[in-house]
Write a protein that binds this ligand. Structure first.
Ligand code: PLP
Length: 384
């Protein structure tokens, strides 16, 4: 197998045209007007959350995703926190999500005072399994006269469901949306990793009440740190803007606020990067899909299980991933790659295994456990 590992090192070094030195997992790629727009912010002194790039960035993302409204946030985690508040998640509610996700998903749920519940993922999409969701709700979900779904086991209200499009691969979001509708559960999509990914021709993040995107430094496009709330609902869009700007009532000099608001609005300096990145996003996605195509061909020839985009989907292939035969093989592989200067890493520790979420209700999580034991992310930076 070590011979095989060595071939993978050679393949990745050839792919990135880097015979030696460190190869990162995902580096930002600035190939457009980034410097020019940043200089504009400084020259005009508009570096904070009021400035022309903020609205321009929102308009560009709305157009690109097909969402009616796009509202910037300081980061994806804040965007998700706000999204959950917008759909009415309250303290002591439950929110169903997947255990195979980045900590931000479970943290944002916790910020509202709600408890996460974890259901399994599908092997092919790596995202929430509609089958698991439906089996869980058949057993534990109870629609009451007040129009909400309750968990028969815990007595708590299940107010929202947060599927995540893992590593850019869309999950079966239309089936999940139908189940949520049946049980009157609000659908909030964590599309932090999936800008540019579509399911049945529709952009991820636009299937439920609200979706969120992230522009962290390691994501497909970056604003340094940043996030976006996307929604087709006029009222939610308006409230998102209001609540992320300290719920201040517009007035030329008075300071009045009609709710507990948040200082969540992205500064102009970050949005300047966002505008420049959105101008070249098509090139970025083409490059990423090209890299994935090369990985696909290489791993097919070598009999290794590469995670391809699922059916009915176009993936941005944010992070390319493979599944090895066992945890032991995975650990040997990680050691070998990292010793050879090629950054690779396992999937996240499952959320229900972390001390904060240990007591959470889960289903069998058969696929999530297998993926957490065997999956590896490989270098996926854009080649410009
Ligand atoms: C990146 C990410 C977020 C948001 O992260 P920020 O760093 O706060 O922008 C949320 N959920 C998932 C699944 C992510 O990968």
């Amino acid at each position: 197998m070590t011979k095989n590992f060595d071939e993978i090192v050679t393949f990745i070094r050839t792919l990135y045209n880097k015979p030696e030195g460190f190869i990162a997992l995902h580096e930002p790629c600035f190939m457009g007007n980034e410097k020019k727009y940043l200089a504009e912010c400084i020259d005009t002194t508009f570096v904070s959350s009021v400035g022309p790039f903020v609205t321009r960035f929102e308009e560009m993302v709305a157009t690109y995703t097909g969402a009616k409204h796009a509202i910037v946030c300081v980061n994806g985690t804040a965007a998700l926190h706000m999204a959950l508040m917008l759909v009415g998640v309250e303290a002591n509610d439950e929110v169903i999500t997947q255990p195979l996700t980045f900590i931000a998903t479970a943290n944002a749920i916790s910020y509202t005072g709600a408890k996460p519940v974890f259901v399994d993922v599908d092997m092919d999409t790596l995202g929430m399994s509609p089958k698991s969701l439906s089996v869980f709700l058949e057993e534990f979900g109870e629609l009451r006269d007040d129009g909400f779904c309750y968990n028969k086991e815990t007595g708590r209200r299940i107010s929202a469901c947060v599927p995540m499009h893992t590593f850019g691969h869309p999950c079966r979001i239309d089936e999940i949306a139908a189940i949520c509708k049946k049980y009157k559960i609000q659908l909030v999509e964590d599309a932090a990793e999936s800008i540019g990914s579509t399911y049945k021709g529709k952009h991820t993040g636009t299937f439920g009440a609200v979706g969120i995107l992230s522009f962290n430094g390691n994501k497909t496009i970056t604003t340094g740190g940043g996030g976006m709330i996307i929604t087709n609902n006029d009222d939610l869009g308006k409230r998102a803007k209001h609540l992320t700007t300290q719920a201040k009532l517009p007035h030329r000099w008075e300071f009045n606020h009609d709710a507990i608001g948040y200082n969540y609005r992205m500064p102009n300096i970050n949005a300047a990067l966002g505008v420049a990145q959105m101008e070249v996003i098509d090139r970025i996605i083409v490059s990423k899909r090209g890299i994935a195509a090369q990985y696909t061909e290489f791993f097919a020839a070598n009999g290794i299980d590469f995670c391809n985009e699922p059916q009915d989907s176009i993936s941005n292939y944010w992070l390319n991933s493979i599944l090895l035969g066992s945890r032991e093989e995975r650990d040997r592989f990680l050691g070998y790659m990292n010793d050879n200067g090629i950054m690779s890493r396992p999937a996240w520790t499952l959320m229900n295994k972390l001390p904060m979420f240990e007591g959470s209700q889960t289903d069998y999580l058969k696929n999530a456990v297998l993926i957490a034991e065997r999956l590896i992310n490989l270098p996926s930076s854009v080649i410009s």
